[in-house]
Design a protein around this ligand. Sequence first.
Ligand code: GTP
Length: 573
Amino acid sequence: VPIANIRNFCIIAHIDHGKSTLADKLLQLTGTIQKREMKEQFLDNMDLERERGITIKLQAARMRYVLESEPYCLNLIDTPGHVDFSYEVSRSLAACEGALLVVDASQGVEAQTLANVYLALENNLEIIPVLNKIDLPGAEPDRVSRDIEEIIGLDCSDAIHCSAKEGIGITDILNAIITRIPPPKDTAGSPLRALIFDSYYDPYKGVIVYFRIVDGTIKKGDRIYFMASGKDYVADEIGVLSPNQLPVNELYSGEVGYISASIRSVADARVGDTITHFRRRAESSLPGYEEARSMVFCGLFPVDADQFPELRDALEKLQLNDAALKFEPESSSAMGFGFRCGFLGLLHMEIVQERLEREYNLTLITTAPSVVYRVNCINGDTIEMLTPKEYIGSLMELGQERRGEFKQMNFITENRASIIYELPLAEMVGDFFDQLKSRSKGYASMEYTFVGYRESELVKLDIHINGEPVEPLATIVHKDKAYAVGRALTQKLKELIPRQMFKLPIQACIGSKVIASESLSAIRKDVLSKCYGGDITRKKKLLKKQAEGKKRMKAIGKVEVPQEAFMAVLRLE
Ligand code: GTP
């Protein structure tokens, strides 16, 4: 189709507001995929994503649609739905001319939606408001429209009412994409500049790069150059996503496609990088490229020390596909050999850990996540919370408890407030989000941005088990909280560590000073003594249970410490 008939768009939505359901309906209605081809939801095609119901990796799909006998090509670029991946979101927005803003008509606008809407506005996207889930009895599309107008200043007089689930309003959405979103600019004659909005590692073809051509054209066999990584390759295969990869010979400005060029690692073709031609290079790269910043760190140790080489191999393989994953070897007398790993955020950390265990069959001990400290300094974050007004009080208490500095509060509508805090990142990596949700009955939402390092009075709290310091249990806390944390942590560890054959002291210390102490009494552990007579299945069950319990134990000296103990510091109440 001519460039005037191309539309590139993405969907902005808060988690659970129905983005994937709507994307599926668009793909079905345009005949891009048949219903029977669909697994649960086509765009979220990693198992892990499906299980968690969230979108992690970006995907794209090209749809054909005819309006008033004109054929159109609509490229949908999916965006990940979690705060940890906001950089990826910003790059996929930059690859589009327009966005559907999907808001659950029974809920309303959430903090994270706002952040993405602002990103879309910065990128000059045409935004089409879509009020989803109008089939729900609790839907209030008019109230939510007013919310959107007040909060974002977006005209909602022709917002589309839809039910992605029931298939209502889908044609209206397709027509709006064509009539309201502008086509790309025709710059096919300029030197090539293509924006990478996703890349993943394929074990057979090497890295597959998804891109949007901003200027110029690209042909199969071209020698291409990545402006940020400085690497060059031959484009072995280029193609479109329909939504499966379909090779073509040439792609022009405005189009979305993929490239395969024997690239070894996604770090060489990172999201945000610009592809140009090796000989006829573009003068400048496209704006917005950023290096990945690790926000959260943790130690990963194999339970079985023999698995260390396998863990290294697995991390290297995952890194081929995840440029944001950082790791370096770490060893400690207590834990043996393992790795210190850096992640974009807590969710990213959990995903990596789960994949290591599931896909690589490793059994790991993870130490509690921590943040970067510089001597006597601490990371600061601003946190914006959006909440119905009745929860303002309890959220401000939460902010205060977590050493936050109150910045400002605005009522964005009569009933909803935005509260901004500057808060140490260390206070947020734990259960801050869970607390926010439980204190607001699930109604509040939040997002955060890194603001820099701050001075603070911190102490290192060591934990001694059986008289020996256990480094992975040590934590950095504010001096005013040291006693309370020390007490709570020793008590929690006493609950979590199984009783041993001997009496076990558990102490919290600052330097050489013991500030809290507990002791675990001895036990003679013989699980089978609980079974009378010969019920063999019950015996087997008990032994199996014990074996499972063992799997996640790490022997530290003579003491078996379970995985939960390493996370105890996050779960103190
Ligand atoms: P993430 O992938 O986590 O960003 O979520 P999402 O925004 O893609 O939401 P998803 O499409 O997975 O929908 C979330 C839930 O809302 C699912 O249980 C859907 O079945 C449901 N849902 C989506 N659209 C509608 C709708 O129009 N009406 C009703 N009643 N439910 C809907």
